[in-house]
Ligand binder design. Structure first.
Ligand code: EPS
Length: 396
């Protein structure tokens, strides 16, 4: 059974839609988890005033009854409250000039200045458009709220087989958190006290100062997030075909998040500078289970989980919408211009940790569906139990 997600919607349209197909029947969807993740995605330090307008909540349109999946696609919508301020400018159907002029001109006038670093210019050329807004509304990272809601359901599925996926911020601009090579699930409890989904309070002070400094300069900041998946049995993903390799799939899922530009599995980049004897994680066998003596591989060997925690790090570029805009040229008269100044986030790095957690959870849930099948969550859990009975591995 293939787990799939389709999203739809514009940043200032009526709402963002997600349709998730391939969930087994009988899965209890944790409403509080979904709401909590949606709120976490909005809450990080450095986000734009837009977040004071939005209060993301998923309205389920199909696929659930009394909180439990029925086996068909789950459809949901997260309303854009800001749509009330855009109305006719973002109407799905034709509107009159009078209706258009009832909203602020900057909302309905064609945008002819593409922003460097954004989808704007290639998007208008590729899709034969004469208004940058028709690109930017869909390119916007507002869409990630749908992936977070879908990821919450993926986490519910993973919980049924003992897998937990947790993300955190490890770098903001040049400020790095203390590396915690041996981080365990319990360590993530500290995240609740953070304004940046960060586990290192001392580094966070410097991170917050860096964000304040960037905001004062009307500039933006990127960073690095890390996602860890605990409880994965060996054998999610596969070495047998390139498209099934888990590291490749996680990298694709990670880079499909707006503004993500680099991915590392385990100590991928640091390992490149070392010798093999310093890199590969030695094996041991104790208490009926294979273990690795270290986890520099980040839990993946040969395109499959190896039974250690999966570790994925993702680099985010500074957001390209700048309050002090960069130079550009217009798409109609080709004259020098300055880029569109739109309200923007100074950094969305905390949100990135939540979104990264969601997409890693979704990709792992896809692997779980492939490996254990089942039309119901009971069948899936039984297949998982039978597999663990067969292999010489027990969860840590
Ligand atoms: C975004 C621009 C900002 C962000 C938005 C993504 O929106 P606006 O232009 O309305 O202020 O706040 O992110 C969200 C609304 C969200 O919920 O993540 C962009 O251009 O990508």
């Amino acid at each position: 059974m293939d787990l799939q997600l389709v999203t739809s919607g514009q940043s200032h349209g009526p709402g963002i839609v997600a349709v998730v197909s391939g969930l087994p029947a009988g899965l209890h969807v944790d409403r509080d988890r979904m709401q909590c993740d949606l709120a976490r995605r909005q809450a990080g330090y450095g986000r734009s005033p837009r977040q004071r307008i939005e209060q993301d909540t998923a309205e389920i349109l199909g696929g659930l009854r009394h909180g439990t999946t029925l086996g068909g696609p789950v459809a949901l919508i997260i309303a854009n409250r800001d749509h009330a301020n855009w109305g006719p400018a973002m109407s799905a159907w034709p509107v009159t000039t009078d209706e258009l002029e009832s909203v602020a001109a900057r909302r309905w006038r064609k945008v002819n200045v593409p922003r460097p670093g954004h989808a704007d210019l290639a998007g208008v050329m590729k899709y034969e458009l004469d208004d940058v807004r028709n690109v930017l509304e869909r390119a916007s990272a507002r869409e990630t709220c749908a992936r977070v809601a879908a990821g919450a359901m993926a986490k519910d599925l993973l919980a049924a087989v003992g897998i937990e996926v947790l993300g955190h911020v490890v770098q903001v601009g040049p400020v790095r958190a203390e590396a915690g090579a041996e981080l365990a699930r319990e360590d993530f409890a500290r995240r609740a006290d953070s304004q940046l989904e960060c586990l290192d309070p001392a580094a966070e002070v410097a991170m917050l100062a860096a964000i304040d400094a960037a905001r004062a300069d009307q500039d933006t900041l990127g960073g690095v997030v890390e996602v860890r998946a605990f409880g994965c049995p060996p054998g999610l993903g596969s070495h047998t075909e390139p498209r099934l390799r888990l590291d490749a799939r996680l990298a694709a899922a990670a880079l499909a998040i707006q503004a993500m530009k680099g991915v590392e599995i385990g100590d991928g980049f640091a390992n490149a500078a070392l010798r093999g004897s310093q890199v590969h994680d030695e094996l041991s066998f104790a208490d009926d289970s294979f273990r690795r003596r270290s986890n520099r591989a980040g839990g993946i060997e040969g395109g499959m989980t190896n039974g250690e925690p999966v570790v994925v790090r993702i680099a985010m570029k500074p957001l390209p919408t700048l309050m002090r805009p960069l130079r550009t040229a217009t798409i109609d008269t080709f004259e020098d211009a300055t880029a569109l100044v739109e309200r923007s986030d100074t950094t969305a790095i905390a949100a990135a940790a939540v979104v990264a957690e969601a997409v890693v959870a979704f990709e792992l849930a896809r692997c779980v569906r492939e490996k254990f099948g089942g039309d119901s969550i009971g069948d899936l859990a039984a297949a998982h139990r039978a597999y663990l009975d067969r292999i010489p591995w027990t969860p840590a």
